[in-house]
Design a protein around this ligand. Structure first.
Ligand SMILES: *Cc1c(COP(=O)(O)O)cnc(C)c1O
Ligand code: SF4
Length: 345
């Protein structure tokens, strides 16, 4: 399998934009740095929300307390490149490359390292595993970024998956609409729409990422009949205010992108400076529910260490006493709700 031709991407090589080199180099030796010219162009000033997401920071090296792989993805991998944590769905890691290396990445331990896409042999083994497990109905292409593969390679993967009758849903997790929107071409959309039901979950974290170009990319995908979702990572100093979250989530809806998950930052080594408290996350969720369209409200989830899976965390707004519920409305009013249930016969 092959990545898209590197010559088709303009990466930012502007040293000035990477900051003071003394501050940057030890970090980039450990965790790769890469950003597209397009994404770098969204930076309006040093330390803004785009800068923080893609520029290396000395604090990445200072954080040595946590595990590089808290989600135990390695032990949940029955064959190389496949994560089988839930009974009916798997993640297939087809690419190790991304257009931009996000400093907060949960797979920081591996993206960019090796930089090889999944090989034919591993793909074959993974497809054989999926074919041998009829309980698998949903396959999520991830990585790295699957859309860093070229169209022919994507076609090979998708054709292989569609040949397995029990695979009903195919999903692609990609940040390319945000970081390299030019990758979303009419040709790519023509290819993808042959494999429906195919869903794409993209990854916007800040309203400044909603631009003419990313809008165009999402429009092409949506017009190809691809349901679009979004996974946002809650990031300190980037999107941890109610105002930013509301603008982001409602902005996505207008692009026909349905907010799906708001992720509490995983306990991944090298990312601690981005982590907010869960209390902050719950405050943000309270700032969304009821205040904006319900379609714009994602699930706030923690991906539990030890590979125990994602758990939705809800504002603790219910007390139950017998048949009486005390609920809090979005305006903060405490309301009594009388439950009425018919006794079972
Ligand atoms: C997140 C995740 C999934 C998909 O979970 P959904 O809640 O269905 O979106 C599947 N497998 C792994 C390993 C995951 O981390
Ligand atoms: S695009 Fe996704 S996988 Fe790639 S570096 Fe960013 S968060 Fe990690």
């Amino acid at each position: 399998m092959h990545y898209i031709n590197n010559n088709s991407i303009t990466y930012c090589t502007d040293e000035a934009k990477y900051g003071v080199s003394g501050r940057v180099n030890p970090v980039s030796e450990r965790y790769p740095v890469r950003l597209t010219n397009y994404y770098a162009g969204l930076i309006k000033s040093p330390e803004d929300a785009i800068w923080k997401q893609c520029m290396p920071d000395a604090r990445e090296l200072e954080d040595n307390t946590q595990c590089p792989d808290p989600l135990d993805e390695k032990t949940l991998s029955p064959v190389p490149g496949l994560i089988h944590r839930y009974p009916d769905r798997v993640v297939l890691l087809v690419s190790n490359r991304c257009a931009v290396y996000c400093r907060f990445c949960m797979r920081k331990r591996m993206v960019g390292s090796g930089d090889e896409p999944m090989g034919e042999a591993d793909l074959c083994t993974a497809l054989t595993y999926i074919a041998a497990h009829p309980e698998i109905h949903d396959v999520i292409l991830s990585g790295g970024d699957p859309l860093m593969l070229d169209d022919d390679s994507l076609s090979v993967v998708l054709t292989g998956l569609r040949a397995i009758p029990h695979v009903s849903i195919i999903r692609i997790g990609t940040r390319v609409p945000v970081t390299l929107p030019a990758r979303i071409t009419p040709e790519l959309c023509t290819l993808l729409k042959q494999f429906h039901p195919l869903y794409i979950n993209t990854h916007f974290n800040h309203p400044a990422e909603i631009t003419v170009d990313s809008t165009k990319a999402c429009t092409l995908l949506a017009d190809a009949g691809i349901p679009l979702g979004n996974q946002t990572v809650l990031l300190r100093g980037v999107n941890d205010t109610v105002e930013t979250m509301r603008t982001l989530m409602t902005g996505l809806l207008a692009l026909r992108v349905r907010p799906y998950y708001l992720h509490q930052m995983d306990l991944v080594q090298g990312t601690a400076h981005f982590r907010t408290s869960v209390r902050t996350g719950l405050e943000l969720m309270r700032g969304l529910r009821g205040h904006v369209s319900g379609l714009a409200v994602p699930h706030y989830v923690i991906d539990l260490p030890g590979g125990k899976g994602k758990v939705a965390i809800l504002p603790d707004d219910v007390e139950i006493e017998g048949n009486t519920l005390y609920l809090r409305t979005y305006t903060g009013e405490r309301v009594t709700y009388q439950e009425i249930t018919v006794p079972q016969e």
